[in-house]
Structures are given as C-alpha cells and as structure tokens.
Write a new protein. Structure first.
Length: 131
C-alpha cells in the first residue's frame, strides 16, 4: 500500500501479532509518508524497542513528542528507549513526567518503580565505590 493509514494499520496488526520486524517496516514507510502522525512514530518506537534498537526508538518517540507534546504514553515510551541505552537518570525523569500527566496509568507506574530502583541502586553503588 502507498497510503499512510493503510500502512499504519498493517504495522499495528503486525505489532499486535508480535512480528515487530514486519511492523517496523510498515510503520517506517507510513512515517515517511506522514511526518505529522505522532502515533505512527510512537508505535514505530515501540517496535524498535522490542527489536533492541533503542537509539532509533528514542529518535522516533522524540519526534512523536514534538508533534503531539501532551499525548499520554509517549514519555513512558521515551523512558523505555532511554533505559535500553542505559540512560537511567534521563529515563527516570521521562517516566516521572509521564506519571505526573498520566497518574492512573499502571504501566507507567511499573516503569517508574523499576527505574527508581535502578537509579537508587546506581547511586548506592557509586557511594560504596567512592569510600
């Protein structure tokens, strides 16, 4: 298909089926046809996270946030992309921001708790090494 919506729908179907590589292909094509569709970039980012392409995912989700700055869930995806790159402090800040704007999202609360633990462990490791 050459229609961005049709490609998005194929990408969504592939994503829901767990075929993230195929989803990435469809969604990248859809994104190239419609740079103003934040949801396409966000789902592309989620596909890339599942494929281990965290830097690509970060780029995609930052674009989605630029297009739709207040869309619920986007900063949680940003947090996941940053976590995958080992940027725990930045990931925690993104998850905190998502939790402030979307406090009832259980998945965001789980991500935030995991990142808080990683952040705390990292800080205690640094303190014990500096002694």
């Amino acid at each position: 298909p050459r229609n961005a919506l049709a490609l998005y729908n194929l990408g969504l179907g592939s994503f829901l089926d767990g075929n993230y590589a195929q989803a990435e292909q469809y969604l990248a094509r859809a994104a190239s046809l419609n740079a103003l569709d934040g949801d396409t970039f966000a789902l592309l980012a989620e596909s890339r996270i599942r494929l281990g392409n965290y830097a690509g995912a970060e780029s995609d989700i930052r674009h989605a946030i630029q297009v739709k700055p207040y869309k619920p869930g986007y900063r949680r995806v940003l947090a996941l992309s940053l976590e995958g790159q080992g940027k725990i402090g930045e990931a925690f800040a993104a998850a905190e921001e998502e939790a402030r704007t979307n406090p009832s999202d259980a998945e965001t609360q789980r991500v935030l708790a995991r990142l808080r633990e990683k952040k705390d462990n990292s800080q205690s490791d640094k303190k014990s090494r500096s002694r």
